[in-house]
Every structure is written in structure tokens, then in C-alpha cells.
Design a protein around this ligand. Sequence first.
Ligand code: ADP
Length: 647
Amino acid sequence: MAGGAARELEAILDAAVDPIIACGPEELILHVNAATERLLGWDREQLVGRPITDLFPPRLHHFHGLSLPRYLLSRRKALGGRPTRVFARRRDGVEIQVEVTVGATGLDGDERIVFTLRRMHEVIDSLEEPVEHVPGGPGAASHQETVDRLYRLLVENAPLGIFHFDRNPVITACNDRFSGFIGTSKRNLVGLNLLTLRDERIMTCVRESLAGHPCDYEGDYHSLTTSKVIPVRIRFAPCYSEDGTVEGGVGIVEDITDRRRVEAEREENLAQLDLLVRSAPVGIGFLDTNLRYVRVNETLARINRIPAEDHPGRTLPELLGEPGSIAEQGPRYVLRTGEPLVDQESVSDEDLGVPGPRRCFRGSFYPVRTPDGRVLGVGVLIEDITERRRAEEERAHLYREAREAVRVRDDFLSIASHELKTPLTPLSLRLATLERRLERGENLDPGVLRHARHQLTRLTGLINDLLDASRIEAGRLALHPESTRLDLLVEQTLAGMEGQKGNHTFDFERPKEPVSVHGDTFRLEQVISNLLENALKYSPDGGTIRVRLSLTDDVAVLSVTDPGIGIPEDQQQQLFDRYFRARNASTRSYGGLGLGLYISRDIVERHGGRIWVESVPGRGSTFYVALPTLASVRPALPQVWPDRHLH
Ligand code: ADP
């Protein structure tokens, strides 16, 4: 063939899409086009002159005693131009499936056998027999072929997408599942260079696997054909040829949509749970089996007064010292017994020995188990019940007070009515006597008049006490302070009471020098009279009432001691409360409204002084009044509404 015609033929053959190979009668290769070079990975110079059988696996070299080309030629008529599927062998040894049609031109020495190949787009494609090439004839499948078929079945039925790529890296084979993922046919996929995916991370994995290192890819696959985005995980692994070199790689593709969804759901659940735990108004913590904190929420961190991040890995004693050892007893019990401890009240800072304002907690501890019952640690729930406890105590206190107030009111009403009525009966009797005598023109008995007056004075005293008590309550008891000789005031008061002292004796001791205070003379006298009257009243058998006035630079102290019934110690503090009458004084035996000492305390304290009692039941009592002297700093005595007294 002339050189020009040969080049033209070569150009025409190169323009053909399908690989075309021509060989002579000896079955040595004469021509190869560019498509063949691409498909099989050879340069044409390397192929020319080689036996055509080099392009096929050794097991296909002979059929029924014929060489492959001869066999295919012999079958040609029977096939009627239809191609035969066989495996071809690339230069790197990889087998690829091709469709081949064979034709012949010329005869004898000029004979040219022309192979036209069409690349099948899968190697692992179907369960179809690779027919014609079976040594030993149809139906006599070799062991190798059975193994191949099994492999194919295995790959094809795998619930994962599987693809193989060569070193170029071109996809050489894939299963249906893979083409399903990608959304295109195997025909389009096989031969696709992975570079065209333009995914650097995938290419990194490809390079890694070609370098012999498995590599995982996880990402979203954006389908080339549909707009679908599929989250996938691809395991890239190297494929080794028989001589141990990496001939390519395999990718195993898993659709992780479900896994991602489950993970996302789990993450969302966890996030919700986390939020729930973090923002709970109850302290929540988890201790491992060594009673070390794994986690606590903000509330528990606040209760422990230690930042949440400082808790993990530390035990309660490590965090809180001695109080922590006490607090640890609950979780320790749970670990030992496997039983929960619920609503452990009265765990307070006080109980735990923590300084600072009193705080109260309620704690629950419970074993945290896996579904199979293994104890992972101890759950801790701590509730700060300080406020609740305080409110409860406050309520209980108010309730007690209310009950007490009701009792006091009822007592007072019965006492007051009794007290007010007591002088009225003799008074009205005496007035009736006087009236009778006047009618009869008889002389009036001064004794009857004196007694009547005495009853009136008693009544006036009771009513004055009631008025004073209500003024004190309203903050309207007025004082009119002036320089007052306390020693003289005591003397006068004692003298004024001569008439009512009965069998008692007054014994008064006073300093030689005058004792002056800045005070309301009338009110101070009221205090002194009250103490003296009580001394007389609560010493029913007579005896000496000792009255002492002593003086230091700053303070004048008046004491009144009686040998009377005394006062139980637990009631001494309350004597000065409104309406309070101690158990010592039965209403029947000792009249009174329980107001005298209450009024006295108010008067004394508003003079900047103090009143108190020392007493032994059955032996007597001493009441003390301490007042600042005139010489000391004058207390500012509040002036309030002027008031009127019944005298
Ligand atoms: P009253 O004497 O009218 O009951 P007071 O306020 O003067 O009211 O006294 C309150 C209570 O203190 C009395 O009810 C009595 O129980 C007790 N008390 C006061 N003084 C004495 C005293 N000298 N000895 C024993 N008890 C006293």
C-alpha cells in the first residue's frame, strides 16, 4: 500500500469510535487504531507484531481446538453479524468485558482478520454466561468460572454500592446499587474518570487507596443527573494484583441518609435533654461508680458554690471538704445497696457544717443503670428548699402567734370583765347603804365613803391601764420629761401607799446624795407604784418589801424585792408582754389585767432605761429599773400627742 493511502487508512481507523485491530494469517497484529490504544492501554508500536491472543486472557486462547480468531470466524455465520462477548485483557492485566465482531479479508498470505471491539461498560455486569469462550464447551463451567459467578452474585447483591477503579483512576466496574446511587446507568459510569467528579476529598481518598492505604470519605453526594443530595460514606481500599502491586482501588458506598437522620434525631434529643438538664431549677448531677462527678448542671454548681466545669473527675469531699464527706453518705448508700434514697430532707448547710446563711436542701439519690441492669453510677437531685422551709416556719410561727393572740384575747376578755366587775359590786352596795341612810336622815359613815372611793380608784386604775396600753400600741403615750428627783419620788410613792400595805413593811434604802433623772414624773411614779403594788399583791403573807435606790455616775438603779410567790424561770422574759400573766398568779387569787409591767417597760425604755426581773419561785422576786441619771447624756425622749388621764 502506498504510504499516503496507508496514512489515510490509519487516520480513518483512528477516527472510528470502536477499537479495531487487524492481524495477518499468523494471527500477529498488523494494525491497531487509537480507540484500541485507549481501551487496552497499549501504544500501537508495542502491539504491532505481537500475537493477537496477547490481548485476551490465556483461558480464551483456544476453543474446541481452534485459536480464538479462528473459532470466532467459524461462528460468524451462525451469529449473523451479532457480536460475541468475551473478556479482553488490558496491558495492566485487568480483564474487561468486550463485544467482539470478527471479519476476514483476502486469502492465505493476504488474509486479514479484523477485530472490532466494543467496550462493554461493565465488567461485573450481569449473570449472563460469557458464553463462547468456555473451554470444554457450554455447560462445562470451570471451577474458576463458578467462583467468578459467585463473586459477581456477591457483589451484585451486596446492599452497598461497589465500584472498582484503575490507577488512572477510571471506574472499571460497578454494581447496580452503585449506579442507583449515582442515578445513571452502568454504561455511563464505567469508563468515568473519578477526576471528573472534581471532589478533592474523594481524590485524596483515591490517591491514598492507590498508595495502599484504606481511606474513608463521608460527605454529601450531589447527583449529577438528579438534583438529589445523598449523604454517603465511601470506604476506599486498595486492590492488589497477583504480584502484590496495587492495580487500582475499590470504593464501597453506603447511603447514610438513615444513619444521619437517626444521628440528627439523637443529637436533637440529646440537645433537648441537655437543655432540660441545664436549665432545670433543681440541682442535677451524675457520679460514677467511684463517686466522682461526671457532670452537674448549673443549679447544682450554684448550690455547691463551685463552677460546673470544676466538678468532673472530683469527689464530693475533694470539692466540699468535710461537708462533702457527710453529703457523700447518700450516694455511697445507693452504690452499696442499689436502692434509691428519695427526698432526704433536713440536709442543710448547718448539718453539713458549711458557714454562712442557713440554706436547706432536699436530696434524692438513685442508681443509674444500663438496660441490662449494670450500675453506671449515681444520679443526684438536689433541691434548694431554703425559701420553702423559711415560708413554712414563718407560717407555723404566724399560726402559733395567731392562736396565742386568740387565746390571749379570750383570756383578757374574761379577766378584764371579771376585774372591772369586781369593784362594781361593793361600790354599788356601799352607794345603796349611803342612799338608805340619807333617806332615813341618818349620819353618813366616812368608812363607807372611803371604801366606795377605794373601789372607784381601783376601777379608774384598771381603765387607765387599758387606755395606756392602747396608747402604747398606737405609739401615742406622751411623755413630759423634766428634771426629777427619783429618791424623793420613791419616798412619796411609798408614803402614798401606806394605806394599802396591810401587814407588809416597807424598807427603803437610798444614797445620801440626791438622785436626779430626766423624766416624766407622773409616768415614773406609775412605774414605781406598779412595782410596789405587785410586790404587795404577790406576797400574800405580808413580810418586808425591800426598796433600794443606788447610784453610779451614769445610772440610777431602783430595785423592789418581795418575799412572795416568785415567778417560774421560763416565764420571766414574757412578764413584760401585753396581757401576760404568769402561771404563778391564778386569776381567782390575784386580780390584774397583765398590763402593769407592759406599760412600765414602755415607760422605762422610752426614758432610755431598762427593766428586768430576778426571781426564784416560792422565794420571792426582785424587779430592777435602771435609768440614766441627769448627769449622763440626756436621752432624746420622743414627744407625741398630749394625752389625758383619768385621775
Ligand atoms: P398584773 O399584775 O395586773 O397581772 P403585771 O403586768 O403587773 O400584771 O404583771 C404581770 C404578771 O407578772 C403577773 O400576772 C404575775 O404573774 C407576774 N408578776 C408581776 N410581779 C410579780 C411579783 N412581784 N411576784 C410574782 N409575780 C409577779
